[in-house]
Structures are given as structure tokens and as C-alpha cells.
Design a binder for this molecule. Sequence first.
Ligand SMILES: [Zn+2]
Length: 442
Amino acid sequence: MNLLIYDAMVVTMEEGDPWFCPGYVFIEENKIKAIGKGRPTEKFFSRAQKVIKATDKLVMPGLINAHNHAAMSLLRGVADDLPLDKWLHEYIFPIESTFVNEEFVYWGTLLAGWEMLSGGTTCFADGYFCEDGAVKACVDLGIRAILAQGIIDFPAPGVPEPEQNIAHAEQFLKKWQGYSDLITPALFAHAPYTCSASTLKRAKRLAQTYQTFLFIHVAETNWEVEQIKKEHGLTPVAYLENLGILDERTIIVHANWLSEEDIKIIKDTGVGVVHNPESNLKLASGLCPVPDLLSKDIPVVLGTDGPASNNNLDMFQEMDKTAKIHKGIKLDPITMPAKQVLEMATVIPSDIFKLNTARLKENALADIIIINLKQPHLYPIYNPHCHLVYTTDGADVETVIVNGKVVIEEKKLVCVDIEKIRHKIIDLAVKIKQKLKSPDAE
Ligand SMILES: [Zn+2]
């Protein structure tokens, strides 16, 4: 379908000429075919099957959430205000071992996808188990996703025998590679302390064979750094480099505890880094030295982490926190300016994941959001980049387009019945609550 958006404030995220008002964007099938200042000529109106008059609205590329465990939306609020170790071993892992299956992942990902789309996220990277369910949910919703099948060296949902974890992951890649324009199947090795050296090497080899991404939590806590040093005599980053698994298609998540030497390895190997400020703050696990990495041109992108450790998936909040936390740590208000933070949720992840979204320009894939500016907290506007980072939140997003298709229209989900999602989620949550009351119940 051809779609014309006009009379908008357009934030392109392109170099040089970043924003203008009024402006227009013309979409043909799944790509941007024209973008310009002023009023579009009549030919665009006559070629469009759908026209959106975006007066008092801001049009920009959709946001990219680079780290999530989307199905954990079903565990939102199940256990809060706990240290990571206790949170994982006493709550999350036992509940997951009882409940997580393909159906759980389907409905949990639908809920998370509904939340993400509603808040202007048009693409996310996920790492979880039973990811077949996530693929189906994302295709139903029409959201773009890099979906990584989990690999861990103990019994996991869908993979009761850990020695089958790599074979199972390969089946996942085989099944979904090339299935949909929206989906990039990938791999997620949980962490250096839950996967053996052999598992990590085999996971990387598999990712290379299928030319896809390998995600891994790395240096999330100081405990992990001490543990890996004790076992292997190296920091987690140096240990992974030693195993040969770091390259441009490896994405390390968290990277909170880094030595100077670790930063050098990250730079030299070209890995991408995902910063998850809200999850890291909530679990008090440490914070990635983002300004130091960005100053060395290391690609750092933003993620929410799972909804059980955040507890929302609003990338606008994540951007706001990122800018402010690092100014506070550095005692420097100039560090992490708004435009740079905005790039961490748009163009940088688009480049890392080779998506060709996140810049409004001719022939880019049309992943676009429209924000309603007619609200008290959004007046007046002097600098849209600062406005998007410090003032806007997900609830201000009104219309969302993914791959040229409208998936949120005036705040309503287009492709899936939200009542159906709500009922199923309430149903599943009742069962989870029963398990929490009697931990031994199956
Ligand atoms: Zn995570």
C-alpha cells in the first residue's frame, strides 16, 4: 500500500539536515520512496492509498530495543527489589522451569510486542527459550525482530537435556531463516558463567555457519567478573576473546564491569555493546562506562532488558535515563548529548543489525512512528532531539508503521485483538500466582 504522511515535523536522523517542518514522507510498499520539505506535489496525493495529515505531529524513525526477553512480560512484577542472584535462582528460574513453553512465549511476546509498538519501538532483539512462539507472535503483530534462541548448560524450557542445546538452536535457525522479512533468527548464549567454553565455541561456530548474531550477557555484575577470573584467570571479556567468539556479529549485553584492557578488546574485535540502564539500576548490578566506549567509536546501543527486571519496555525512558545517568557519573552536563543518545536507539542499532531502518531517507525500510505533539508537556519545541530524549514518552506515540504497514493506528493495535491478549495473560498470571503461593506446586 502507498502511504503519504504530510504537514509533519520530520526528524530524519540523517547526517547534515536532521529535521524540518513542515515536511512529508511518501511510502511505497515497504520502503520510503520520497521525503521532502514543504507540501508534497499533487502526484503524491494521487498515488497514495492512505493519507495521514500530521499537523502538530512529529514523524521519526521507529526505535530499536536492542535487548529484551519479551516473554518475561508475563513475569513483570513477580519479584522486585532483590539482588540478581536471588532474583534469578529463587524466583525467575523456578517459575520458568514450570511455566515456560511455546504457548507462554507466544502470549508473553504478544503482550510485550503490543507494549513496544504502542511506545514507538518498531524493532527489538530478543533472547529467550521456545523462541518459535516469539516468531509467531512477532509475525502476527507485524513487529520487526531479531529473535535469538537461548543456549544454557542446564535444563531449560523446551530443551530438557542441555547436551541438545546447540542442536536445538540449529533447528531454530534452520526453521526460520528466510521465513519472513520481519524476522532475523539468531542465538543467545546466556552468560560465560552458565555456558561452558565448549558450548560457547559451538554456539559461535553455529552463528557463523548461519551468518547470524550471537548475543551474550557479559560482565553484568562484579560477582561474575570475580567468578570468571577465579575459574579461568581472565576477565569475562578477555576469556571470551580467548575462546575466539568476539567479532562484529557478537553482541555483548551489559558490559558493566570493564577494565581498560577489556575496552581495548571490545574496540579491536568490533563487537557491539548493549546498555540497559533501567535494568542495571533496578538490580544494582553496575553500569556500563558508555561515554568511554563511545569516545573510542565503539557502537553502544540501548535495550530495556526483560520486563521482569525493568519493569516496562519504554525506550523513551531508557534514552532519558542514559543521558542523565552518565552526566551524573561524569559530573559533566555536556557528556551524552540528546542527539547521540537518540542515535543509540535508532541509527547505531540499525547499522549493527544491518537493518536499513532508522533513517528517513529514500529506499530505507519504512519503520516510522508519529508522535502527537498537542499535549501540555510537549509545548513549546525548540530542539526536537532534546524533546524526544528528555520530554517525550512512549504514551505520546500515536501511529506506528513497520515495513510500510500501519500496525498502530491512533494508539490501537491493528493486527491482533487486544481483548484476546488481555484475557489470556490474566489467565496465565492466575496460574503463576498459585505457584508463588505454594512453591512446590507443579
Ligand atoms: Zn538480559
